[in-house]
Design a binder for this molecule. Structure first.
Ligand code: ADP
Length: 462
């Protein structure tokens, strides 16, 4: 585009315009000086008019040629255009740079822009954190050591088009990234998508399916085996048939328990992100559950004692889900106690959250402790604390962190009690949904205590 040498309003003057303005000012001064001299000569009556006329014409000719003759307009216009072009290029480059930097900053995933010289021109906070950047405009290979990423950037710079790739950042916990490197304005834009959570969920799902099918297949295989035996060798043996049928009943019960626990778990997981809205009387829940488990405890020769059930203890929560928590904890305490053992179920209400945590799961100085669920929600307002203590074998310290994992059972070789390994996982999810706390303390030889802290219902929380 051609640029006019004349200055227009709102636009900076070109070099030619500036030179001409300067010369016009000089000529103005000369003309005024000549006019003053002429006027003084005229006043003093010494003016020679023909000579003055010649002088004015000579001065006019000189100034005309000086004004237009000493500058090559073509050369001046060329210089102006080149200067304007350089200025425009610089302005464009600065504009593009700030556009790229705004684009990179606007993305939440780790993103960076590598310029034509291989320097990281822009990187957003996520990328700086991921690669621990120091200094401005570092060379890419100095901050990123991933060969996949460096190769992809090199390929884009060679003109091979956008590149997609994945890599795993091996650390204490592995992090998975899916990335795209694409050409942009002479450089390369690299954007990384953190797949860690998705991958973890995928692994957990695969693990869970494998475990669930294994747990279901075991009793099923045993059932088919007994059916075959009953049809074949034991066909005419009424005694064996009775014994086998009893075992088959046990296996069928196990499958039913497994399926029912799996369903409970998936139901609670579906609503876990939504805090419960209703209110429930925890005292009456505990009373009902303990009454229902009385025959089981009696059969095992275990005594269940309860305290703190005299008044209603209103908590924010879903009654059925809370009943499942109490049921699983008391059932475990009874199940893992030896004959003659005592299970204590203690409920307190209206305590400050910190005191409630101590009351629920921090009473034995020598025991191993673990907070399975910690909740910031429990730090607000008054709480209710439930503690289920048994005098069973206890759980060694190193196993405590794994207790609420699905299908996890402590030392299966030690003689398993009937169970699914899902009970504490269900408890954990319910407590999480209720913004509560789940604690355990255990000492081999003394027993175990599981504690739950729940926020009191609003009406009672004054
Ligand atoms: P399960 O159905 O096997 O009881 P849970 O999820 O309820 O599954 O418990 C997981 C494991 O934790 C149990 O298999 C058991 O080894 C251990 N456990 C749970 N409660 C107690 C307890 N009160 N005393 C000793 N061990 C326990």
């Amino acid at each position: 585009m051609m640029t006019s040498p004349d200055a227009t309003p709102g636009r900076p003057a070109t070099a030619t315009t500036r030179k001409r303005q300067g010369r016009a000012r000089d000529i103005g001064v000369i003309v005024i000086a000549a006019a003053v001299v002429l006027a003084m000569l005229a006043i003093s009556g010494q003016v020679n008019w023909p000579a003055a006329l010649i002088g004015v014409v000579a001065l006019g000719t000189f100034t005309f040629f000086w004004f237009f003759g000493t500058v090559d307009p073509a050369q001046e216009t060329g210089e102006d255009e080149a200067a304007a072009e350089i200025a425009a290029k610089r302005a464009r480059a600065a504009q593009e740079r700030s556009f790229r930097s705004a684009l990179v900053e606007a993305l939440s995933e780790p993103t960076m822009y590598i310029d034509a010289q291989g320097k990281v021109e822009a990187a957003n906070a996520a990328a700086r954190k991921q690669f621990r950047f120091l200094g401005a405009d570092p060379v890419l290979s100095a901050v990123v050591r991933r060969p996949e990423l460096l190769d992809a950037v090199a390929a884009v710079r060679k003109g091979e088009g956008p590149q997609r790739f994945e890599f795993v950042e091996r650390a204490e916990t592995d992090r998975y990234f899916s990335c795209v490197a694409a050409p942009l304005g002479g450089g390369v834009l690299v954007s990384m998508h953190d797949l860690t959570d998705i991958k973890r969920a995928e692994f957990a799902r695969v693990d869970f399916l494998a475990n669930a099918s294994h747990e279901l297949r075991t009793p099923l295989t045993s059932l088919s085996g007994f059916i075959e035996t009953l049809r074949g060798p034991a066909r005419d043996d009424p005694e064996a048939r009775e014994r086998f049928l009893e075992i088959m009943q046990g296996q069928a019960d196990r499958m039913r328990r497994l399926i029912s626990d799996l369903l409970s778990l998936s139901r609670i997981e579906l609503v876990e992100h939504r805090p419960p809205e209703g209110e429930a009387d925890l005292a009456s829940v505990v009373r009902e559950v303990v009454e229902a488990l009385e025959p089981v405890a009696a059969e095992r020769g275990v005594k269940v004692a309860v305290t703190g059930l005299d008044n209603a203890v209103m908590v924010t929560g879903v009654r059925d889900e809370l009943a499942q928590v109490v049921q699983n904890l008391v059932d475990n305490a009874v199940k893992y106690s030896e004959t003659g053992g005592v299970v204590l179920v203690d409920l307190v209400s209206g305590v400050a959250p910190d005191a409630a945590s101590v009351r629920a799961g921090r009473q034995w100085a020598e025991a191993g402790h673990m907070s399975i669920v910690t909740s910031p929600g429990a730090a607000r307002g008054l709480s209710a604390a439930l503690r289920v203590t048994d005098s069973g074998p206890g759980i060694e310290r190193q196993y405590l962190p794994r207790l609420s994992e699905r299908f996890y059972r402590v030392d299966p070789g030690r003689g398993l009690r009937p169970g699914t390994g899902l009970g504490l996982a269900i408890v954990k999810h319910v407590v999480q949904r209720h913004r509560g706390e789940l604690l355990v303390e255990s000492e081999p030889g003394r027993g175990s205590a599981f504690g739950v802290v729940l926020p009191m219902a609003k009406a009672t929380n004054t």
